[in-house]
Design a protein around this ligand. Structure first.
Ligand SMILES: Nc1ncnc2c1ncn2[C@@H]1O[C@H](COP(=O)(O)OP(=O)(O)OP(=O)(O)O)[C@@H](O)[C@H]1O
Ligand SMILES: [Mg+2]
Length: 245
């Protein structure tokens, strides 16, 4: 169900003409992002394009130098916006001195998850975390940390999910598990990724950025029309990215 501002707005993620500069580096340069509620969008771009910076701005971890950001029609720094949001940062790390289960219980309690134990059971079983429930994060592998971080970011079934390279560090079966869990959710997604399979399987729309700006936006299947019929989509994207270097 849409809440009042969303009914008026129909835009779940909106950033208008945002700019972010670090010293001499203009990381984001007049970028506009407008994602309708329920849309699933892949954010692609070469290293240093500004993907992680955009996500940090969109979740309110950083303030833009210029431009406005709303989530579900609410200002990004409002409590209403934070309640709608699930965010997986790049190189996410759960609390290292807590166990896998304690991390999930802690975040679930803060987020006010109803029926928390069964939600934890679901995520643990889908992500294959059963053997690590009582293990401190300090002692688990990087891939297992990533699985716990993914679980923590969606434990409250957020309406808006922003993820920065969610498949990082995951083995192939675990990548598959994460894709399955996310594809069952009925949320608005913006997912930055270098892995085309997640874009192909999980998202409908694509934003390609380079040098802090959008260079292409459209339906995922329209991307293929930009190349030869037998050209892999990676080659098409790679050419687009190179053209703006
Ligand atoms: N905290 C920071 N201080 C200074 N410069 C930064 C900071 N964060 C990002 N940058 C710069 O901003 C630009 C965009 O970086 P960002 O991390 O957003 O790129 P990205 O698209 O996520 O790249 P990658 O694919 O490598 O993850 C880069 O030039 C980067 O060096
Ligand atoms: Mg990044």
């Amino acid at each position: 169900m849409l809440t009042a501002p969303e009914i008026l707005d129909h835009s779940c993620v909106r950033a208008m003409n945002i700019t972010k500069t670090f010293g001499q580096t203009r990381a984001i340069n007049g970028l506009t992002v407008d994602i309708s509620c329920g849309n699933r969008v892949a954010l692609l771009g070469p290293n240093g394009a500004g993907k992680s910076t955009v996500l940090k701005l969109l979740v309110g971890l950083m303030k833009p130098d210029f431009g406005d950001i709303t989530l579900g029609g609410y200002p990004v720094d409002s409590m209403e916006a934070k309640k709608l949001l699930g965010y997986l940062p790049e190189d996410a790390t759960p609390y290292i001195s807590l166990t896998v289960k304690e991390n999930l219980q802690y975040v679930g309690a803060i987020r006010g998850v109803q029926d928390l134990e069964s939600r934890i059971d679901y995520l643990v079983s889908e992500l294959g975390l059963q053997d690590f429930l009582s293990t401190k994060i300090l002692k688990v592998s990087r891939g297992t940390r990533q699985k716990v971080s993914v679980a923590m970011s969606i434990i409250h079934q957020p309406r808006i999910v922003l993820m920065d390279e969610p498949l990082n560090y995951l083995d192939i079966p675990s990548q598959e598990n994460v894709i399955q869990i996310l594809s069952r959710m009925n949320s608005t997604f913006l997912i930055s990724t270098h892995i085309m399979s997640i874009a192909e399987r999980l998202t409908d729309d694509v934003i390609i950025m380079a040098r802090g700006q959008e260079i292409w936006k459209g339906k995922r299947n329209e991307l293929r029309n930009l190349g030869q019929s037998d050209e892999p989509v990676e080659a098409i994207i790679s050419r687009m990215m190179k053209n703006v270097r």
